[in-house]
Ligand binder design. Structure first.
Ligand code: UTP
Length: 290
């Protein structure tokens, strides 16, 4: 596999999930018993990517603490014979080679990616949005990395979404190549109804060539007065073309209150220790709701 490095963007303000995100990063909101960002780091590790840069901002040092050793906690767990939990805690700190950089002002996703330039250097790299958790047998970013190996072009993870979501996310001009891959010749961030190319939107994952940094430095601010990654990718799509991968897996938007609730239910139901009691509770609630 040609992709060795990943960038996880986790510097946003998370205004849609306030007050949860007031003092705690939304990327640390737990799904059952694990913070969202740990699922994303695990997705990279399962894919074989172990060099990971996390883009953070003021007040987000708890993300660094989470992936660090915790001597007091480890001592207590060891003394009380909780060896399994102890092992799990130590493993979190050794999962990957993690580094961090601060985005000093929240000027948009494009600006956050630009903060990764030194880390990335001159090679293609993966980008994972820190609030988009995707759970599946075949890691979503692995599906994109395989497409990169095949096509050697910028890759975006796409899905067909309802029109109201297209207007909140982005719209892709697509041409089907095979069962899962599409050629992309144009795209637009947060389109108005008359600007929609298709209902395919980018959802949370891409693989980009290092040329993206040069493009990000030249484009103006876009939607919401932020430096938009989609605007930079549009230039790539217009010139050399990009590839969209309609990836498999369940996606949970942790930057959205309903997404957080859906994630808790689905992942709770997939845990052998919780499944039965949770299912019973959900059935009871369903009866109450009629
Ligand atoms: P979002 O647009 O969902 O993040 O960006 P946001 O700005 O935190 O959201 P709201 O609208 O205020 O609720 C997608 C990803 O990009 C990161 C976010 O942390 C999220 O993981 N991001 C966004 C940055 O790292 N920096 C930014 O300036 C903006």
């Amino acid at each position: 596999m040609k992709i060795r490095k990943a960038v996880i963007t986790a510097a946003g303000l998370g205004t849609r999930v306030l007050p949860a995100s007031k003092a705690m990063p939304k990327e640390m909101i737990p799904i059952v018993d694990k913070p969202a960002i740990q699922y994303i780091v695990e997705e990279c590790v399962k894919t074989g990517i172990t060099d990971i840069l996390i883009i953070l901002s003021r007040g987000k040092h708890v993300v660094e603490d989470h992936f660090d050793r915790s001597p007091d906690l480890e001592k207590r767990l060891s003394e009380s014979g909780k060896d399994d939990v102890l092992k799990e805690m130590i493993n979190i700190a050794h999962m990957a080679n993690l580094t961090y950089v601060r985005q000093q002002e929240q000027l948009g996703l494009g600006h956050a990616v630009l903060c990764a330039e030194n880390f990335v250097g001159d090679e293609p790299f993966a980008v994972l949005y820190g609030d988009d958790v995707i759970i599946g047998e075949d890691p979503a970013i692995a599906q994109l990395c395989r497409a990169y190996d095949r096509y050697e072009k910028g890759i975006v993870g796409i899905r067909e979404v309802p029109t109201e979501d297209v207007m909140r996310y982005s719209s892709m001009k697509v041409e089907k190549l095979d069962d899962t891959c599409y050629g992309i010749s144009d795209m637009i961030e947060k389109p108005k109804p008359e600007q929609i190319f298709s209902n395919y939107s980018i959802l949370g994952r891409c693989v980009l060539p290092p040329e993206i940094f040069g493009i990000l430095k030249t484009i103006p601010k876009g939607a919401n007065n932020e430096l938009q990654l989609t605007d930079a990718m549009k230039i790539l799509a217009n010139s050399e073309g990009m590839i969209g991968v309609d990836f498999t897996g369940n996606r949970y938007d942790m930057g959205n209150k309903l997404g957080i609730l859906k994630a808790a239910i689905d992942i709770g139901l997939s845990r052998p220790d919780l499944k039965d009691e949770l299912a019973q509770y959900i059935k009871l609630k369903a009866e109450e709701l009629g």
